[in-house]
Each structure stands twice: as structure tokens, then as C-alpha cells.
Design a protein around this ligand. Structure first.
Ligand SMILES: Cc1cc2nc3c(=O)[nH]c(=O)nc-3n(C[C@H](O)[C@H](O)[C@H](O)COP(=O)(O)OP(=O)(O)OC[C@H]3O[C@@H](n4cnc5c(N)ncnc54)[C@H](O)[C@@H]3O)c2cc1C
Length: 407
């Protein structure tokens, strides 16, 4: 295939799914443009560690332009705002109109912070590096204030909220001065596993932490949070980890119903437009699928394989693998399988290993400075790992992990 006949692929969104797809398409055969309004790839699964300072922001991001251009592709820092399906063109907020042969939407999802009055104005979300850094600064400022009480409300105790809570406990446990309220709509913390609720509460024993399970937030104000039963919780700092919702763009483009993810065939093509492919959090796959980086990466790899197939060859269906979920809670790691969950310090090392392997692979070093960065990153990881291994050693082998059966 000559350079003239390269297929023109636009990838909207350049994080887990978008960059994996770009990597799967060789510039000899594909003319690829990655469009994303943000400058950097961000490794979200570890941003909560910015709060305890176990990681620095530089260790969690890579330059998107560098990754994309090294693949021989083009990066455009812009936001996709429009689509003319018939004419196979996308429009950007910056006024460009770009033609495509195939379009991949890898735009993820958005925080549901706008669903509750006052939350956007008065609560701090935790969905990006800058937001996690902001939370870290605000906690530090509040901790330093000379106040009789330092009330903090954490809204949402699912994965993101619990990992954030674990880091707050890790950093401030020795001199705990907060009055921390944890609010979650579910009747218990991770009710899918017997005993996990009690385990999380026990990790915070001795600290002033109040749990409000089975409660929803109905309003956030500058100095308090109102719950659905009328309870008013004083708050100097409100942290928003209450979940995500579909990106509004697909509905505006006619690819999804309002408030829904983009329905796709098992091949990962949009039901509404076969030349539009969807990977990652933005997709509504025929079978239920967790919104996880693991799936975003695997789906994007699958789209790349389908696009590489010779014309006329049948497309393959994506078959998601069941994956356990790793999460950290301060100095302990948890792994959640379908039928069982385990908690043990060594699982924190497993989470660190997943980060080190995948994050460093995302942008392999070429210049001297980049080799130094990689060395420093691995060193930091190993130093951290050392502490984890010692804790794991005193906790015994994984056979001694605490186990929680699925309900
Ligand atoms: C705090 C946090 C912790 C997490 N922890 C874990 C974990 O431990 N394990 C795990 O597996 N998953 C975890 N996740 C989920 C995981 O990060 C997501 O599943 C993953 O990011 C999805 O990848 P994606 O490429 O679909 O979307 P994203 O990574 O969200 O990327 C979407 C990209 O699209 C861009 N974009 C948005 N709108 C437009 C537009 N209009 N035009 C162009 N570009 C646009 C965005 O700038 C972004 O770069 C976590 C997420 C968060 C926020």
C-alpha cells in the first residue's frame, strides 16, 4: 500500500483508549490524527497518591504530542465539537473541519458533579491530576488552620472515594485533626462483599470519621452539605467522588440518547454510524462492562486489529475478559474478584507494578533525560515497594490475606 492510499483515521480523545489505538496503527498504512484538548496523557488510577505525596504529578503524566508524533502520527490540541456523518468530517471548537475515513471516539466520561445543586461551585472533584493536587493543597491548608474543628465531607465511597480516603488517612493519621464525614448512597461500603464495610470502618478506627451510608447529598453550600434526610453537615472542604456520567457530546452528535453512553455492536462500531468506532468509558457495550482502564486499553487494541484487517475480511467481535479490580486503601491493597475479595499489603505492590509497567511503556525513553526520568520513576517505585514488601512480610503471605466472600 503506497503512502497516497493511507486510510485517514481521526481519534477523538487521547488518553487510555485513544493512545492505545494510535499505537496499534502503523503510520505506513494509516494517516492518524489524535485530537484532545489536553496537553498530557494522565494516569488516573494513581492520582489519589498525590494527596499523600507518595507520587508527584510529573510521575503520572506524559506529553501527548511526544507520544503521538513519535508514532509518526499527528496530534492536534483541540476539542471535537461536531460531526457530519454523511460527509465524514468532524469539527473542532477551534473552527477546524477535518475529513476522515474512520472516526474513533475515545472521549471517556464526565463527573456527575452538575447533578447536585451547588456541587460544581463548592465541591472539589478528583478526576484529574490538577484536581487531585488541588485537594492535596486544600487539605494541607485546612490542617494548618487554627480551628476548633476542621470538618471535611467526602461524597462517594466507591473506588475513587475510597482510594482518596485511604490516602488522607495515610498522610494525616498520626495527627488527625479533621472531622471527616463519608457520605454514600449505598446501604454499606462495597455491599457486594460480606465484611468489607466493617473492614473499611476498622481501618479508620481511632480517627474522627463518621459514615453516612444509604444517604444522598441534596445540596452543597459554601459551609455545609445537605443530605436527603435533612441532615446538615458542616464542611470546610467538600470532596466530590460521587461518580461519572456519559459525556454530553455523543447525544449532541446523534450517536446516543441524552444521558446515555454510545451503543455499539460487539465489533465496537457505533449502532448509528458504522464508520464511527467507540472504545473505553464512552462505549455502551452489549454486555455489562466496568468503566476501567483495562477495558479501555483492550477495546482500543481490538479496534486497531479490526481496522488493520484487509478490506472484505469479516470484522471480529470484542470479547471482554473478566478482570479482577485492584485498589489501594492507604498502606493496604485490595483485589476484587467476582466471588471473593482479598486485602493484604502485598497487593499494594501489585498495583504499583501495574502502574510502573504500563505507565513507563506508554512513552518509552529515547533521549538521555528521559532515561533518567525512567530510572528515577523506577527507583521511587522500588523504594516505595520496599516499604510495601516489609509490611507484606510482617502480614504473612497472601494466604494470610483477609478474605471477603461475594454476597
Ligand atoms: C481517580 C480515578 C481513579 C481510577 N482508578 C482506576 C483503577 O484503579 N483501575 C482502572 O482500571 N480504572 C480506573 N479508573 C478508570 C479509568 O481511568 C478509566 O476507565 C479510563 O480512563 C478510561 O479510558 P478512556 O480512554 O475511555 O477515557 P479517558 O481516560 O477519560 O480519556 C478521555 C480523553 O478524551 C478527551 N476528550 C474529552 N472530550 C473530548 C472532546 N470533545 N474532543 C476530544 N477529546 C476529548 C479527554 O481530554 C481525555 O483525554 C480511574 C479513574 C479515575 C478518574
Amino acid at each position: 500500500m503506497g503512502m497516497q492510499s493511507r486510510r485517514n483515521i481521526i481519534i477523538a480523545g487521547g488518553n487510555f483508549a485513544g493512545l492505545t489505538l494510535a499505537r496499534g496503527l502503523c503510520s505506513k498504512h494509516f494517516q492518524v490524527t489524535v485530537v484532545d484538548p489536553g496537553e498530557n496523557f494522565e494516569w488516573y488510577p494513581n492520582i489519589h497518591e498525590l494527596v499523600s505525596r507518595h507520587k508527584s504529578a510529573a510521575r503520572l503524566r506524559h506529553s501527548r504530542r511526544k507520544i503521538v508524533e513519535r508514532l509518526g502520527h499527528r496530534f492536534m490540541q483541540a476539542e471535537v465539537t461536531g460531526l457530519e456523518c454523511g460527509q465524514q468530517r468532524i469539527m473542532t471548537g477551534q473552527g477546524q473541519s477535518l475529513p476522515f475515513d474512520e472516526l474513533a471516539l475515545c472521549i471517556g466520561n464526565v463527573s456527575n458533579i452538575d447533578r447536585v445543586p451547588g456541587a460544581r461551585e463548592f465541591a472539589q472533584p478528583c478526576s484529574s491530576i490538577s484536581e487531585a493536587e488541588n485537594i492535596s493543597r486544600q487539605l494541607q491548608r485546612l490542617d494548618a488552620l487554627n480551628l476548633p474543628e476542621r470538618p471535611v465531607v467526602l461524597v462517594g465511597a466507591n473506588f475513587v472515594g475510597l482510594e482518596l480516603l485511604g490516602e488522607i488517612v495515610r498522610r494525616y493519621r498520626r495527627q488527625w485533626r479533621f472531622r471527616l464525614h463519608v457520605v454514600d448512597a449505598l446501604p454499606a461500603i462495597m455491599p457486594g462483599y460480606r465484611g468489607l464495610d466493617a473492614w473499611f470502618r476498622e481501618q479508620c478506627s481511632g480517627l474522627v470519621v463518621h459514615w453516612h451510608s444509604g444517604r444522598k447529598v441534596s445540596a452543597v453550600n459554601s459551609a455545609n452539605v445537605v443530605l436527603d434526610d435533612g441532615t446538615i453537615l458542616d464542611s470546610r472542604l467538600t470532596l466530590w467522588c460521587a461518580g461519572d456520567m456519559p459525556h454530553p457530546l455523543p447525544a449532541a452528535l446523534g450517536l446516543a440518547k441524552p444521558g446515555r453512553y454510545i451503543p455499539v455492536h460487539a465489533t465496537l462500531q457505533s449502532l448509528a454510524a458504522p464508520r464511527v468506532w467507540v472504545a473505553g468509558d464512552a462505549a455502551d457495550f452489549p454486555a455489562a462492562l466496568d468503566k476501567q482502564a483495562f477495558h479501555a486499553i483492550a477495546m482500543a487494541g481490538h479496534i486497531a486489529a479490526n481496522l488493520r484487517r484487509a478490506p472484505g475480511k469479516p470484522l471480529q467481535d470484542y470479547r471482554p475478559l473478566p478482570t479482577p479490580r485492584l485498589l489501594s486503601f492507604g498502606d493496604t491493597g485490595l483485589i476484587l474478584f467476582k466471588y471473593r475479595a482479598l486485602a493484604h499489603p502485598s497487593l499494594l505492590a501489585a498495583k504499583e507494578a501495574v502502574y510502573q509497567g504500563n505507565f513507563n511503556l506508554m512513552s518509552l525513553p529515547r533521549q538521555t533525560g528521559e532515561w533518567y526520568n525512567l530510572r528515577d520513576n523506577l527507583k521511587e517505585g522500588l523504594v516505595g515497594m520496599n516499604g510495601m514488601v516489609r509490611r507484606a512480610w510482617s502480614a504473612g503471605t497472601l494466604l494470610h490475606a483477609q478474605q471477603f466472600a461475594a454476597v
